[in-house]
Design a protein around this ligand. Structure first.
Ligand SMILES: *Cc1c(COP(=O)(O)O)cnc(C)c1O
Length: 395
């Protein structure tokens, strides 16, 4: 029987056993409303403030700069729309982002465009990186905000965040980064990197789904996201997701404590996988080989469809992805792969494999054992491949 290999950790991760244990009491015995004054309420409030402190410590922030949200998408929306609206009052209505952001950023920018903001979408180069000098050249008098993701969710490339932060600071422009893929995987220091706003999401680092956070540097003005009670210092009302927040902070603390060692192990696994997979003819690794997340690889195989590849991998017990989870199901190739200059035909044949600390060397062995045969089988049935090897296309 086939092994089971979960290699789609960029889409979501399983909650770790320690995180699950830490959350459990907040569903059963410590069920009070954190705003209540009796002890079962106070007992539910204390962990919220501890969690805020732990999240802040992992990012080099102050606890008062951390606001819990329902996830990464909410944090992105709050940061971008909120900052844009505040800046608009000062006559600044221009935003700079990149072409390969997550849809939580791209669609938020599109919605601001409908309100009359203008948005510059920076090109991403073939290596999957934006160029700081192009970003700097795009800054205008009326630039309100720059939002550039820390690490890309599809191809795993890590952007030059410290350089971008320094440019933003020098020009007095607010800097937001969607760090959902990076937090817990790469060292982040919001102060040293001049980050004003940063989004994160628990389910990408073995925490639960439906909880995230926004870091807001002290002094940065943002309108309230949800009006109501005094939760999150009145900025985002609603009874707190206590269990979720405890899960988030437990997972993040664990991820930060094990980051260095895990990065070493996953990088070695990743590089062995890349070397093995690139033995397949007419395959390529998308994005820079080195400036990428330890556990993320994204390949293209000419002449095949990513969807068929995923189905056959699934039959063999391997979970991967093609394009992002939000766009799979549509026939459009990923906007990320198109942004780095891949032609449509090639972008269609993509495969993302993403590892977490729960993956092993045996998983890599198993993928390398079955993947080449699957690619070969699909190519044998592909009219496109026939054309390719007869030299009619892409020479
Ligand atoms: C997963 C992801 C999001 C969305 O986070 P949710 O918590 O699922 O809303 C945003 N940005 C990036 C880069 C992501 O990978």
């Amino acid at each position: 029987m086939a092994r089971f290999v979960y290699a789609d950790n960029a889409a979501t991760t399983p909650v770790s056993p320690a995180v699950f244990e830490a959350m459990k009491p907040y569903f059963t015995s410590i069920y009070g409303n954190p705003s209540s004054l009796y002890s079962v309420g106070r007992d539910a409030k204390r962990p919220l403030e501890l969690a805020r402190g732990e999240v802040a410590a992992c990012l080099g922030a102050e606890p008062s700069e951390i606001f819990f949200t329902s996830g990464g998408s909410e944090a992105d929306n709050w940061a971008i729309k909120g900052a844009a609206h505040v800046q608009a009052k000062k006559g600044k209505k221009h935003i700079i982002t990149s072409k390969f952001e997550h849809h939580a950023v791209l669609h938020t920018c599109a919605s601001l465009e409908k309100e009359g903001f203008s948005v510059t979408y920076l090109d991403v180069h073939e290596d999957g990186l934006v160029r700081p000098e192009e970003l700097e050249a795009a800054i205008r008098e009326d630039t309100a905000l720059i939002t550039i993701m820390y690490a890309n969710n599809e191809i795993g490339t890590i952007q030059p965040i410290p350089e971008i932060g320094a440019i933003c600071k020098q020009h007095g422009v607010l800097f937001h980064t969607d760090a959902v893929q990076a937090v817990g995987n790469v060292p982040i220091d919001v102060k040293a990197q001049n980050i004003d706003l940063l989004s994160l999401s628990a389910h990408k680092f073995h925490g639960p789904k439906g909880v995230g956070a926004l870091y807001v540097r002290r002094g940065v003005q943002l309108p309230n996201l949800i009006d109501g009670g005094a939760q999150e210092r009145g900025r985002r009302a609603g009874t707190e997701n206590v269990a979720g927040i405890v899960g988030l902070s437990t997972a993040l603390k664990e991820a930060c404590a094990t980051m260095e060692e895990r990065a070493k192990r996953l990088t070695a696994m990743r590089d062995r996988l890349v070397d093995g997979v690139l033995q397949i003819e007419r395959s390529r690794l998308n994005g820079d080989h080195i400036k990428r997340l330890p556990g993320n690889v994204n390949f293209c195989f000419e002449g095949i469809e990513g969807e068929s590849l995923l189905l056959l991998l699934d039959l063999n017990g391997i979970c991967g992805s093609s394009g992002s989870a939000c766009t799979s199901g549509s026939l459009d190739p990923s906007h990320v792969l198109l942004s780095i200059g891949l032609p449509h035909e090639i972008a269609h044949g993509s495969l993302r494999l993403s590892f977490s600390d729960q993956n092993t060397e045996e998983d890599v062995d198993y993928i390398l054992e079955v993947l080449p045969g699957i690619v070969e089988r699909l190519r044998a049935m592909s009219p496109l491949w026939d054309e390719i090897i007869h030299g009619k296309k892409y020479n």
